[in-house]
Design a protein around this ligand. Sequence first.
Ligand code: HEC
Length: 118
Amino acid sequence: MRLILTISLLSLLAGTQYGLADEVQPDEDAIERGKAIVFERGRGNCLACHVIKGGELAGNYGPPLLKMKVRYPDRADLRSKIWDASIREPTTRMPPYGRHRILTEEEIDLVVDFIHTL
Ligand code: HEC
């Protein structure tokens, strides 16, 4: 009985969590602004190395950015990758956008909003 109660309580909590997660989905505006930063040569310039849906003249030095939400269910992991990829991949040639302040923290948030839709 206690177990059943615990399980139903847990699923109730999980349900609430999902509800909240839906509410904090980035809006279209944030996604579009993130996309602009990603594609702009003077800012993200991510197309120099990554094939990204909707982008032209992409390089293939890095892996194509696909299935990001499946591969990075935790948004924080994706953000950390962009902030400083060398944390997890010490020999990476990907520029550490946060650590080297290539992008501001706010810009990185917008970039993650967009990349997470891929
Ligand atoms: C100079 C080339 C270069 C640029 C520019 C670059 N990256 Fe990368 N990126 C790489 C390489 C190489 C890897 C693979 C090694 C690694 O995981 O660090 C990578 C890996 C990644 C990954 C992990 C992909 C996976 O399959 O797990 C993500 C996400 C990513 N980059 C996002 C970005 C974003 C967003 C930008 C622009 C803000 C960007 N990259 C700019 C070279 C680059």
